[in-house]
Design a protein around this ligand. Structure first.
Ligand code: FAD
Ligand code: SF4
Length: 391
């Protein structure tokens, strides 16, 4: 789950493995169209500035994505796997961007200025994808961000996987171009107001704002993953932790609880272990952290018992139609939890209502995805606007 930067020997070994496949399957597999073929070719010649610029041209969150991209994109497509094993492309990318960051080797591509200004609502991956593309085309951009910092839900990813400074650094590069102004702590609800105030278009990249809750008795006793992951240190006294949910976010909650000293962390999952929406790496992390898994289980009720929480659950099974249903008379009560975390993902808090000059991007459109997909979606939204004004 957590990708490592490579040391010099490891990096060279990975670079040397590249077959320079003429069809560039690794590039085709990247949602942001980043080209490992090309950045590896530059890095092989120690051309770090060129390699980093190649990455940043396509993906303004090059180092972030190198550290957190799942293996299902470029790495899965790498043809080297047919010789021995796929190149660790995300780690190579992260390491190149780290080298470039230390020596300040890349700058965003800035287009010849035009007299058009776009408002971007939300400073998450989709927001920066849109911003980068607009700046490249010569637009001015003002970004409105409700939170006190940039990054969106990247800020919920445990620091062990992604340090906040890297996200801020990559955003700052765009602010430093002088073409991007950012308004933090500024929430936007009315997009037409922006259109009436000098912006030619608005890109809405607000993410999924509403964490899902379980509609059960006692639900108010649980803490949402957004609250928990934003400040896990507040819950450091919780020794016995239940995490409800079986996806990547639940894995982050469970491992965070362990890192903050919990002695027993248990995930309650409705599905079978092989149907959980986690990668092989995330499964490995669960094992390494000794997280207990209670699968084929539906949590039905939470209850306060003195200063502890009790969790009532039922076993589930698949019915003839393949739907998960409760098994009658299997309710049990598990006592003694200090903390119950809902980690069921989020949903969007508003309807998508687009026009030619108001375009939506990122998780608010696509549901919970990945950072690189959100970047790609932000880029696509910007391209729509650029095309509209080029007509
Ligand atoms: C715990 C966790 C772990 C994850 N791990 C990974 C991973 O390992 N790899 C990976 O690729 N992806 C991961 N993701 C998913 C990835 O972070 C998201 O897909 C991505 O951040 C979505 O980008 P976005 O820009 O669409 O939305 P967001 O990141 O949600 O950003 C939206 C921004 O809009 C702002 N906003 C909302 N409303 C307003 C408003 N009214 N006015 C102004 N601003 C507003 C928000 O404050 C936020 O900053 C993870 C997500 C979570 C929650
Ligand atoms: S698919 Fe793999 S081996 Fe081929 S060019 Fe891309 S990174 Fe190199």
């Amino acid at each position: 789950m957590s990708k490592q930067y490579l040391n010099k020997t490891q990096l060279n070994a990975e670079l040397e493995k590249c077959l320079q496949c003429p069809t560039k399957p690794c590039k085709k597999a990247c949602p942001a169209q980043c080209s490992p073929y090309d950045f590896i070719a530059n890095a092989r010649m120690q051309k770090w500035a060129e390699a980093a610029s190649e990455i940043a041209y396509h993906n303004p969150l090059g180092e972030v994505c190198g550290l957190i991209c799942p293996d299902k994109f470029c790495q899965k497509a790498c043809l080297r796997q047919h010789v021995d094993y796929a190149i660790k492309i995300p780690s190579v990318q992260a390491t190149i961007m780290q080298i470039a960051r230390v020596d300040n080797l890349w700058q965003p591509m800035v287009g010849k200025p035009i007299k058009l200004k776009v408002a971007v609502v939300g400073a998450g991956p989709a927001g920066i994808g849109a911003t980068a593309e607009l700046v490249k085309a010569g637009y001015s951009v003002e970004v409105y961000e409700a939170a006190s910092t940039v990054g969106g839900v990247l800020n919920l990813i445990p620091q062990a996987r992604l340090q906040r400074e890297i996200t801020v650094y990559e955003w700052q590069k765009f602010i430093d171009t002088g073409r991007v102004k950012i308004h933090l702590n500024t929430s936007v609800a009315d997009y037409s107001l922006l259109l009436n105030n000098g912006f030619c278009a608005v890109i809405v990249a607000k993410g999924e704002q509403k964490p899902r809750e379980l509609p059960i008795e006692g639900k108010e006793l649980a803490v949402q993953y957004t609250t928990y992951l934003a400040k896990p240190e507040i819950y450091k006294n919780a020794m016995n932790v239940a995490v409800i949910g079986g996806g990547a976010v639940a894995v982050d909650c469970a491992t965070t609880a362990k890192q903050f000293g919990a002695t027993h962390v248990e995930m309650f999952v409705r599905r079978q272990i092989n149907n959980m929406r986690v990668t092989a790496q995330e499964r490995e992390v669960l094992l390494q952290n000794q997280i207990d898994l209670t699968t084929m289980t539906r949590v039905a009720k939470l209850e306060k018992q003195q200063d502890k929480l009790a969790l009532y659950s039922l076993k589930t099974q698949f019915n003839a139609e393949g739907k998960l249903v409760d098994i009658p008379k299997t309710m049990i009560c598990r006592q003694g939890f200090d903390l119950v975390v809902f980690a069921l993902g989020s949903e969007r808090a508003e309807e998508i209502c687009e026009s030619e000059r108001i375009v939506f991007a990122g998780d608010i459109v696509n549901g919970g995805s990945t950072a690189v997909e959100a970047v790609a979606s932000g880029k696509a939204a910007a391209e729509k606007i650029i095309k509209y004004f080029n007509q």
